[in-house]
Ligand binder design. Structure first.
Ligand SMILES: CC(C)(COP(=O)(O)OP(=O)(O)OC[C@H]1O[C@@H](n2cnc3c(N)ncnc32)[C@H](O)[C@@H]1OP(=O)(O)O)[C@@H](O)C(=O)NCCC(=O)NCCS
Length: 177
């Protein structure tokens, strides 16, 4: 699927996004806080597009024709957790030069609308690592509320290192659309 918002296009990742993906995802301020290592090369980014980003409901955030971030709803067995029948998990990141513009909220709102209306999901959960207040703010702006705490493991993780994370939940579609 493809979605258009005021400033963005959300569409599936394609291999030719690898160059821009590497450009933004090599930044150590992006991946580790979201649960994955910084990308090491354009080839590494290409592999991520073919594996992780090829999952259902995972979209490139496209601005002026360039993939600048990612937003997705993971539904079991994708992702690290079973969130319950009819539930999913929201995830996102955006290149550092685009932080603070509200673009991830804009993209996530559109995807949440899709998740509730088209996919008929009941609850969308999201987690953020202790101290990731930027992500917490995004969830607050989207109408998520605190749910509980858990330990999460990183994606592409070989050592299964665990992180304390806070879990938020969104069921309130009415405020969003
Ligand atoms: C979390 C993230 C997706 C937020 O995206 P965004 O589009 O910048 O979100 P917003 O513009 O709504 O800003 C959210 C908060 O980030 C903070 N922020 C904004 N610009 C910032 C900057 N340049 N540097 C640090 N923090 C900043 C502000 O506290 C802001 O809240 P406010 O609007 O109440 O002031 C983005 O920071 C990011 O990609 N971070 C790294 C990856 C990550 O954390 N992913 C989520 C894993 S759970």
């Amino acid at each position: 699927m493809k979605f258009t918002t005021k400033h963005l296009v959300l569409r599936p990742w394609v291999e030719s996004d690898a160059m821009w993906l590497y450009h933004y995802a090599k930044n150590p301020k992006i991946g580790p806080v979201a649960g994955w290592p910084p990308h090491e090369s354009v080839e590494d980014s290409k592999q991520v597009i073919k594996t992780v980003f090829s999952k259902e409901e995972t979209y490139a955030i496209v601005f002026n024709g360039k993939a600048i971030g990612c937003v997705g709803i993971l539904i079991y067995p994708d992702g690290n957790h079973y969130w319950g029948e009819g539930n999913g998990e929201l995830g996102y990141w955006i290149g550092e030069q685009f932080w603070g513009l509200g673009l991830v909220v804009e993209a996530s709102k559109r995807l949440l609308e899709h998740a509730f209306k088209d996919l008929k999901l009941t609850n969308i959960f999201a987690t953020f690592k202790e101290g990731n207040n930027q992500s917490k703010r995004v969830l607050q702006k989207l109408g998520f509320d605190y749910y509980d705490e858990l330990y999460n493991v990183d994606y592409r993780n070989t050592r299964r290192r665990q992180w304390k994370t806070t879990k938020y939940r969104c069921t309130k579609t009415i405020n969003l659309f």
